[in-house]
Design a protein around this ligand. Sequence first.
Ligand SMILES: N[C@@H](CCC(=O)N[C@@H](CS)C(=O)NCC(=O)O)C(=O)O
Length: 252
Amino acid sequence: MNAHLFVIPASHPSITVELMLDHKGIAYKRTDLLPVISKAVLRAAGFPGVTVPALKIDGAKVQGSRQIARELERLRPEPPLFPSDPAQRAAVEEAERFGDEELQHPVRQILWWSIKRDKTPLRSYSEGAKLGLPIGLAMKTAAPIVALSARFNEADDEHARNALAALPALLQRVDDWIGAGVLNGETLNAADFQIATSLGLALTLDDLRPAIENRPAGALAKRVVPDYPGHTPPILPPAWLEPLRGGEPATA
Ligand SMILES: N[C@@H](CCC(=O)N[C@@H](CS)C(=O)NCC(=O)O)C(=O)O
């Protein structure tokens, strides 16, 4: 199988697809892209959309972590990403949809808000990446990329604060799915790979880690993505973190 994956280093849905390719035992070539510039490269490579993860596989061009999960399942059914039992599959698909549509973006907005405020941690998210130019130079040219990325992702004060306020309920839903056996079961499924990377990215922020690490959602992230790249020291206004301090999380 000929697979070529386009990613942005430390992009959570990109890591989801890397994990799923590994799960399927599919070897692949990876091209690392800088945010913003990624859009032009993907267009030039013939993809219809402008986001990563983007996968060329046996001639097909597939974008979006959920679409890619289905294509991988079609091309190589074993080991599966989805349960065969219809009710269990529906539950996994709902958790996967939640991970993509509800959990990914708030975490992305909190990260870009933080990086916009202080670009120093950006380098840690690109550790080991092959960006086609020296990492020091890439970081020196990062200011417009960060500004544009923050704008595309609506990572302004209002959205970042709303994202933080939404996080406790999102984490609770993950804990509940783990309790129900939909997530973090004996064999990992597409929803585990989808959700764990958003949690893994969130755990790279010192401001978020205490609200996540000691609960079932944290255990899932540590199992699936123990070495998530990047580290952001505390930067968020303490008042915005108040919603994360309410209530003791259940222990893992
Ligand atoms: N929900 C989509 C999200 C795709 C997405 O928004 N990817 C981001 C990176 S995490 C992207 O390509 N952003 C373009 C940019 O940063 O320039 C998926 O799961 O594939």
